[in-house]
Design a protein around this ligand. Sequence first.
Ligand code: DCM
Length: 135
Amino acid sequence: MSDAPARDREVVAGAIFREGRLLLAQRTSPPALAGRWELPGGKVEEFESPQNALARELLEELAVEVRCGARIGVDVPLSPGLVLRAYRAELVSGEPVALDHAQLTWVDAEELLSMDLVDNDRAWIPELLAELSAL
Ligand code: DCM
């Protein structure tokens, strides 16, 4: 048995940038979050890397193949032992479609500020804006 403290479980979210825009996805559930926008992603399974989890989730939700890149922004605590982290995701193949969301949209910096983002994802606005402004 190891005495090492258990690592936090992670929910990963992907920031896909293309031509000066960021992909956002509109949630359908739970009721409190339905209609609000997020970076798509999901929970890392046991024994799965965050990078593989992001690729798996975006394949399941958007039908695209992505390569997971660098972290963006702060850790967002969701509950004890569960943390939400954003990663850059590079599109490798496919065109995103909303398999698990109400709809998708590509936003520029100005539009990002006007979207009804889920509260957790608002933590990343400074870095997302900086990236969109640099593109
Ligand atoms: N979540 C979030 N922002 C994201 C992705 C997920 O706040 N960009 C949260 C919503 C849920 C949890 O993470 O509390 C698990 O996500 P899901 O319900 O999409 O599996």
